[in-house]
Design a protein around this ligand. Structure first.
Ligand SMILES: [Zn+2]
Length: 330
């Protein structure tokens, strides 16, 4: 059908059929008609002939750029709380957002190793609609893994790279939809053994603070990205996540043909979204907790750059950007 009408159009231009052959244009307001010459017709027909070959493919998110950010972040080395690497990671984020609306949310966490200074980063990109979409990740690495050179290429760095690339797409204009806030949590990982009190320090702190000052009421959706740089991307449907938000992410993935990467299995995961779920904020944890054979790369020295891919980050970025669009339309 498409090809047929395309050829018909080319033939019409060449043969001078009345509807198309003269190719005259008139601007609104009665300016003189402008007609295309026979020579231009030949050129135009040539262009149309080439058109099916030169039409750009669907524009995709720049996963290569996200991977490059992850590479830079991993190059800092391990970034467990209280380490020099953690300070360098903070400086890196500060540098990336120096021209943006950046807030540093500092607090002291009570941990099994004593009080630990922590810092969440919040970057705000204003929109025209009243309300906020939060995209979040954590950026630090695990304190208990400080002796194995654990760099968290997937766990922390890949999603930091993803959000940095999303920031590149959002900055420099007022968004047509909701404001988008990017949040980089500190202290997601446990200091000893994962429990409600020894984990997710940054998100529990921020959710409580935003509960007290009324910010939570503005949040239309909270979307958490965790461990989704994995080359073998199989994102689970996290069962405590909000149903309609899961459906929108599924719909976004389907648009790009990424169905097999999303929600083929279900799992309940404790993560930075729960402090928001518990306070009634529509939330989703977009997580792939199946990392390496029998999950053998998770929280091991194997979590290195070669295990993550630009392709997976393209998939994530496409789906996140489309999900934002769908939430804006809601
Ligand atoms: Zn982790």
């Amino acid at each position: 059908m498409i090809l047929f009408s395309h050829w018909k159009r080319i033939a019409a231009i060449m043969m001078g059929a009345p509807s198309l052959a003269r190719l005259c244009f008139r601007a609104k307001g009665g300016k003189p008609q402008h007609c295309v010459s026979l020579l231009s017709r030949v050129a135009l027909a040539g262009l149309l002939l080439l058109a099916p070959l030169t039409l750009p493919a669907q524009t995709h998110f720049n996963g290569a750029k996200a991977l490059d950010y992850a590479r830079q972040f991993v190059a800092i080395g391990p970034r467990w709380p209280t380490s020099q690497g953690h300070q360098k990671a903070e400086e890196f984020l500060r540098g990336q957002f120096k021209h943006d609306q950046l807030e540093e949310d500092t607090f002291t966490a009570s941990t099994p190793i004593g009080p630990v200074p922590m810092r969440n980063f919040i970057v705000r990109f204003p929109g025209k609609k009243n309300g906020v979409i939060v995209l979040a990740t954590h950026y630090e690495t695990n304190y208990p893994l400080k002796n194995i050179n654990f760099v968290g290429a997937n766990d922390g760095a890949s999603t930091t790279g993803l959000l940095l690339t999303i920031a590149d797409q959002l900055r420099g204009r007022t968004l047509d939809g909701y404001s988008v806030w990017l949040v980089f949590f500190d202290g997601e990982e446990a200091f000893q053994t994962w429990s409600k009190s020894d984990s997710t320090y940054g998100s529990r702190h921020l959710a409580a603070k935003w509960g007290r000052d009324g910010t939570l009421g503005k949040i239309r959706a909270f979307i958490l990205a965790d461990m989704i740089g994995d080359k073998d991307l199989d994102i689970q449907r996290e069962t405590q996540s909000t149903g309609w938000l899961v459906d929108l992410v599924r719909q976004a993935a389907h648009k790009f043909g990424y169905d097999r990467n999303f929600f083929q299995t279900e799992e309940s995961v404790e993560d930075d979204h729960l402090a928001f779920v518990d306070r009634g904020v529509p939330s989703i944890d977009v997580i792939d907790l199946d990392y390496g054979p029998n999950n053998s790369y998770h929280h091991t020295a194997q979590d290195t750059l070669d295990k993550i891919s630009a392709r997976s980050l393209t998939i994530d970025g496409d789906v996140f950007m489309e999900t934002i669009r769908l939430i804006d339309l809601r």
